[in-house]
Design a protein around this ligand. Structure first.
Ligand code: NAD
Length: 296
């Protein structure tokens, strides 16, 4: 299958490589020349522009930071939707506002291009290993068209509902993750302040009722888990500013449906303070720095 892949960041790059390894013909593009160089060196065919990448594509996948990037790429009189061959399928895996996903699906339908939202969970480790969880919004038929492609990048594929529903599922999940990372950080910092070995404490909690994904796969304290971003200077991974964006989307959504999400709101404010402290580009698990300072 001829697949165009737009957005070769921490997630998109490894996802595109997995599709290429599976035998698909990839044509990739990123606005960052550095990202293009990095993945060209790994064997990806990089096009000169997004428009060149989608020439003759049967499937177009995008993995961009936020709503504004997705709107900027696809919509408008000069947008990519005008250049994608009619009959093609667009899979947008970026985490963006559900309303933007719906707008994109409507604009695609008007041009004979099917669009599904398929945000992911699983982190950069899941992107590299091809074990991501996809949360899909769109028609059942379009999901079935996408399934053989999604299966090469992920281990779990869920149909959340109609267009935009994948995004809603994703922000519920990330609101929980954002809260859990802060709670996990507080618990580890408290133990360390009491002289406990963080590796021993983390293992105790991982196997006890406090066990969660952060303790399983993404320990926030440097040195506890060799492959976690914390042990690599909080480089790569999932940026604090991306988590802040997702918690903002969750709060906007909660306001729209009049839901009560007090911990989600508090978590958003804590990541905002952390970002203002100059840590926006670091992995979100660096939020432990906020509570470490207090515990010290
Ligand atoms: P990233 O910042 O590492 O990569 C985004 C890439 O998109 C960058 O390389 C940027 O240059 C490129 N880009 C932006 N606008 C573009 C455009 N118009 N055309 C071409 N390229 C463009 O971000 P990431 O960590 O890969 O995350 C991507 C999306 O996936 C975000 O919505 C994020 O919330 C979500 N997500 C990330 C993780 C994670 O662990 N990093 C996990 C799940 C979901």
């Amino acid at each position: 299958m001829k697949i165009a892949f737009i957005g070769l960041g921490n997630m998109g790059g490894p996802m595109a490589l997995n599709l290429q390894k599976a035998g698909h013909t990839l044509s990739a593009f990123d606005l960052s020349a550095e990202a293009c160089r990095k993945f060209a060196a790994e064997g990806l065919a990089v096009a000169a522009s997004a428009a060149a990448a989608v020439e003759g594509a049967e499937v177009v996948i995008s993995m961009l930071p936020a709503s504004a990037h997705v709107e900027g790429l696809y919509l408008g009189s000069d947008g990519l939707l005008q250049k994608i061959p009619a009959g093609a399928l667009v899979i947008d895996s970026s985490t963006i506002a559900a309303a933007t996903s719906r707008k994109l699906a409507e604009a695609g339908a008007a041009r004979g291009v099917a669009v599904i939202d398929a945000p992911v969970s699983g982190g950069t480790g899941g992107a590299i290993a091809g074990t991501l969880t996809f949360m899909v919004g769109g028609s059942e038929a379009d999901l079935e068209r996408a399934r053989p492609v999604l299966e090469k990048m992920g281990a779990n594929i869920f149909h959340a509902g109609a267009a935009g529903a994948g995004q809603t599922a994703k922000i519920c999940n990330n609101m929980l993750l954002g809260i859990l990372m802060i709670g996990t950080s507080e618990a580890i910092a408290l133990g360390v302040a009491n002289g406990l070995d963080p590796k021993v404490l983390s293992e105790i909690m991982r196997r006890s009722s406090g066990g969660n994904w952060a303790l399983e796969k993404y320990n926030p304290l440097p040195g506890v888990m060799e492959n976690a971003p914390a042990s690599k200077g909080y480089a790569g991974g999932f940026g604090t500013d991306l988590m802040l964006k997702d918690l903002g989307l969750a709060q906007e959504n909660a306001a729209a449906v009049r839901a009560s999400t007090p911990l989600g709101g508090l978590a958003r404010n804590l990541y905002a303070a952390h970002s203002l402290g100059g840590h926006g580009a670091l992995d979100f698990s660096s939020v432990i720095k906020l509570v470490q300072a207090r515990a010290a």
